[in-house]
Design a protein around this ligand. Sequence first.
Ligand code: TRP
Length: 330
Amino acid sequence: MKKRVLTGDRPTGKLHLGHYAGSLQNRLKVQATCEQFIMIADLQALTDHFEQPALVRDSVLEVAKDYIAIGLESTVFLQSQIPALSELTMFYMNLVTMGRLERNPTVKAELKQKAFGDSVPAGFFCYPVSQAADITAFQAELVPVGEDQLPMIEQTNEIVRKFQRLYGVGALKECSAMLSETGRLVGIDGKAKASKSLGNAIFLADSAKEIKQKVQRMYTDPGHVHVEDPGCVEGNVVFAYLDVFFADKVELASMKERYRRGGFSDGVLKALLTETLQHFLGPIREKRESLVDRDVLERVLTGSMVARKVADATLLAVKEAMCLNYGSSV
Ligand code: TRP
């Protein structure tokens, strides 16, 4: 039996190179050997974008196009099309405490960034529970995600263990994260994370001109003023991107060496990254532009029908374990 994989993204905009380095790359890697489900998490997106439903709806299509354009062939589906996920969330809500939710480091960081103040939406606060439903509904063993999602995996497994203690071990499985080897991609401004909300990301759909301009704006080493000055590779954004996207690692190591010694200009370095990214993103952009909206939506809805069957089977087992089976279909 192939390993089950479940992962997903919130549709709040297009996907960028941070997504690629963090998890899309791994999804491409496992798709041939695993049974992979990829969820467009529109309900989770609404937990912090409930005032912009049209943005979420439009982004569903954008994210789906990104998936197809990079060559993902797995089952792609829409969270809101799978009612079992909402039911499971309701059941799991009893298995977590307010205190545990408050301690989730990712939610904590997001709350700080979003400045909800005293008006934290309950749905947002509880989204790790719904994410546990997403993962367990598919009996996923592997979850390819960026490292910021580790607390979600941990919380999911806590819920699974509590469920098993209370209701038996048959219905649910624990899972593991699959982290990228390259780690988190920094923003073009050198900030710890490339993110849409920080405005420091290169999108998979960016035009050749946008790519060029964004590489131009990248931080290198502020101490590297003259070409002949020795340059610093650590913390240098251009090298951070080359580490992920430049295939010839031997050549890259020798360039780093030359940059450190001095005599390697930032202009040449940036030209090399621009060329590397154009080469990588050009075909993705072309493929993306060739896609027809209706066909893309069709694929997501067909995928949702497949996903629904799998999630319903888990829901049935969970209801049985919780003495909620009354003999009707689910
Ligand atoms: N929280 C993820 C993000 O912000 C999206 C997501 C929702 C997810 N449900 C998931 C990821 C289940 C992995 C597994 O991008």
